[in-house]
Design a protein around this ligand. Sequence first.
Ligand SMILES: NC(=O)c1ccc[n+]([C@@H]2O[C@H](COP(=O)([O-])OP(=O)(O)OC[C@H]3O[C@@H](n4cnc5c(N)ncnc54)[C@H](OP(=O)(O)O)[C@@H]3O)[C@@H](O)[C@H]2O)c1
Length: 312
Amino acid sequence: MSRQPILLVFGGHGQLGRALLRRARLAGRHCVVLPRAAADVCASLRVHEAITRVQPDIVINAAAYTAVDQAESERASAFAVNRDGAANVAWAASEAGIPCIHVSTDYVFGGAIGRPYTEQDSPWPLSVYGASKLAGERAVSAANGKAVILRTGWVYDQFEGGFVRKMLELARRRDRLQVAGDQFGSPTHVDDLADAMLTLAARLVAGEQPPARLYHLAGPTGLSRFEWMEMLFALLARHGGQSVGLQAVAANAFPTAARRPRNSMLDSTRVEHDLGLRLPPLIDALERCVLTWLEADPIADGVNGAPLEHRL
Ligand SMILES: NC(=O)c1ccc[n+]([C@@H]2O[C@H](COP(=O)([O-])OP(=O)(O)OC[C@H]3O[C@@H](n4cnc5c(N)ncnc54)[C@H](OP(=O)(O)O)[C@@H]3O)[C@@H](O)[C@H]2O)c1
């Protein structure tokens, strides 16, 4: 009997890494996630050792330096992980003769156009983080011509940090919240992203060759942060949660060290056309968030308010 394919995830204790493990377990798939302490992607030898030890059939690089504002003053660290570390993973997968999926970001774009970005649009990063991720895409392609690069954006869940969680927590203490009305993106529930990545991984392991190497894979609805939160809190109220008054303000009401694109909506048509992957509607993903949030007892949850079964 042939063994089940093994998926190895670098950066496995981050938001996406945890979701890949959670969703792989649910689907009965064999997934090994390695945190930085077990395999620092900046150390090429450690990456090779991990692949030799685990003997995966495919690797996913979910490791990244993601502190967008801090990156402005830590350029070298951001590039070390997001460019050089990414290349190490892609190179090691190529050496091992196995497929590789790399994850990139909507922040490679400058935000000046008024529609969702396609893969044909020219990147123009505004921040060190965005520049380091773009350099990572190029380094990955150079190291491994078969690596598949997935750009996603505005990744969220209800369990840990992130924008949705932050807003739900704020709503417990305040009855009015201000949200940027002039920043547009494509909210992507991390579980939906993980499910699509697992599907893609299985197909790459089976030998499928995607027609392209770069894909946008994000939630299907592009909207402003304000509209996103309007939808979230309408669902919260509908399901018996508290009502919250929202006010749309300019993004520059919240000064940050890094510049963010005014628009980083992603057009995911290519991945749907080539690979049949389409993430579920935003309203469904948000409703799942709201229902899980309301089910969890915020007082009994303990540290971070995260339900125990999700603290992997
Ligand atoms: N979150 C978003 O909204 C978003 C949007 C677009 C694209 N993305 C991309 O999606 C991917 C996953 O992001 P995420 O949201 O899961 O971020 P995350 O929660 O910050 O996770 C990143 C993980 O990478 C690990 N890491 C950092 N440096 C490492 C190294 N040298 N070696 C190994 N692991 C290292 C971190 O470990 P430590 O905890 O030890 O630092 C962390 O667990 C990234 O490529 C990110 O650029 C995210």
